[in-house]
Design a protein around this ligand. Structure first.
Ligand SMILES: NC(=O)c1ccc[n+]([C@@H]2O[C@H](COP(=O)([O-])OP(=O)(O)OC[C@H]3O[C@@H](n4cnc5c(N)ncnc54)[C@H](OP(=O)(O)O)[C@@H]3O)[C@@H](O)[C@H]2O)c1
Length: 248
């Protein structure tokens, strides 16, 4: 288990939800964290005085942003968790614009950042975590093109892993597929929509999905993943209220 102090960590999508939990967990573990999001962010300094969190207000989907921030902060850890909230409607009630919102946000951000991390390249020993979704495993009929976009993030991460290996770059690329986290921007509309479709209350729906994933659990799990020896790290993990489970 390695200490996180000095391991500069960029969390893309840190102003709320899972990303906020991840940014605060890395700071509490001692890392200097750069928290990226479009809206203003207000972070408390870690209570244990360990790491730090510096907000960077930026649209992570803009082509120039990844190179600017990677050059400025020279990160050893990058977590891509930013994403749009899908338009929770059945197919016939989607428009092309609502159907492709996660392609235009989640996939665009992943594409630009993975490219830059390979081109720079990040220093040897670096870790990259891309947050996809459990929806990739079974589809999500009420989320438009969400499951397809999240599957593309997983493919892009595996392509980056292959390119890093071909180029002899010691960078570890990992995909994490969270299950429902009901108290977050993407999770709450999703559990409400699937509860309504199942004809149950949101509380009953959440109670039947098992241990609930929270931003704090996500943060602690990803810190442990980055602290683990890279040779023991799998390519893909599912993430729920019990933590990470290897998928491959
Ligand atoms: N919550 C779940 O149940 C669940 C399940 C599976 C997968 N996921 C995935 O986990 C990730 C986080 O979900 P969440 O529920 O925590 O979402 P959330 O609460 O809506 O937070 C999304 C974060 O992404 C940031 N963001 C969005 N577009 C951005 C952009 N263009 N540039 C920079 N930052 C941007 C938002 O900040 P600004 O708006 O301030 O920019 C915010 O900090 C998403 O990729 C989601 O698909 C979530």
């Amino acid at each position: 288990m390695s200490d996180m102090s000095g391991r500069t960590t960029i969390v893309v999508g840190a102003s709320r939800g899972l990303g906020y939990g991840i940014a605060t967990a890395f700071a509490a573990a001692g890392a200097p964290v750069i928290a990226v999001a479009r809206s203003a962010m207000d972070f408390q300094a870690p209570a244990n005085g360990a790491g730090s969190i510096s907000p960077e207000v930026a649209d992570a989907g803009e082509a120039t942003v990844p190179a600017t921030l990677i050059d400025e902060y020279e990160p050893e850890v990058v977590v891509l968790v930013a994403g749009a909230t899908p338009h929770m409607r059945p197919l016939q009630e989607q428009t092309w614009e609502t159907f492709s919102v996660n392609w235009e946000t989640d996939v665009r951000i992943t594409f630009h950042w993975l490219r830059e991390m390979l081109l720079k390249p990040l220093r040897a020993g670096s870790r990259v975590i891309v947050v996809s979704s459990g929806a990739v495993l079974a589809g999500s009929p009420l989320s438009g093109g969400y499951a397809g976009a999240k599957a593309t993030q997983r493919y892009l991460t595996s392509y980056a892993r292959g390119e890093a290996r071909r180029a002899g770059l010691d960078i570890t690329f990992t995909t994490v597929l969270p299950r429902f986290a009901p108290m977050t921007g993407v999770g709450l509309p999703a559990v409400r929509a699937y509860a309504a479709r199942a004809g149950t209350s949101t509380d009953d729906f959440v109670n039947q999905i098992g241990p609930v994933l929270t931003p704090q659990i996500a943060g602690a799990a990803l810190v442990d993943l980055v602290r683990a020896d890279a040779t023991t790290v799998a390519s893909d993990y599912q993430l729920d209220g019990t933590g990470l489970q290897k998928l491959s």
